[in-house]
Write a protein that binds this ligand. Sequence first.
Ligand code: FES
Length: 150
Amino acid sequence: MIAVCQANREDLFINIVGSGFVFCAAFSDKVIEHFMSPQNLGDMPDADSMGICGEPGCGDFLAIFIKVKDNVIADISFLVDGCVAAVASSSMATELAKGKTLDEAARITDQDIVEALAGLPEHKLHCSVLGATALKNAIENYYIEHELVR
Ligand code: FES
């Protein structure tokens, strides 16, 4: 059960009630959907490359893993330590990148992620930078590790 809180506060994640979560109305349905059911969540031990953003164990952190086939992101996953918006943004970043060529995926911006989530509250916009940055780093690392000239 997802209940939407009409309280006039900006924090998204307010409380756990019974077996469900209560969110502030400031989050779009898309954000709540991706937080409750993150897409592509998990480790990828056989990844071709990994990109990170943040410092593990000291604040918000995201790692994105990619598998590349014929220059296309064939598989992608992520592990995240962050807020509701960070989880939703990471999930959306991987959804936007999957199936795209490396160059196309490298052009995905934090604004693209926010738009695909139908917006984020102003004070949560920075959370979308995690996804865009970790994705770009994974692609950059892939080029470096495979000694590919861009
Ligand atoms: Fe730090 Fe969202 S990731 S507030």
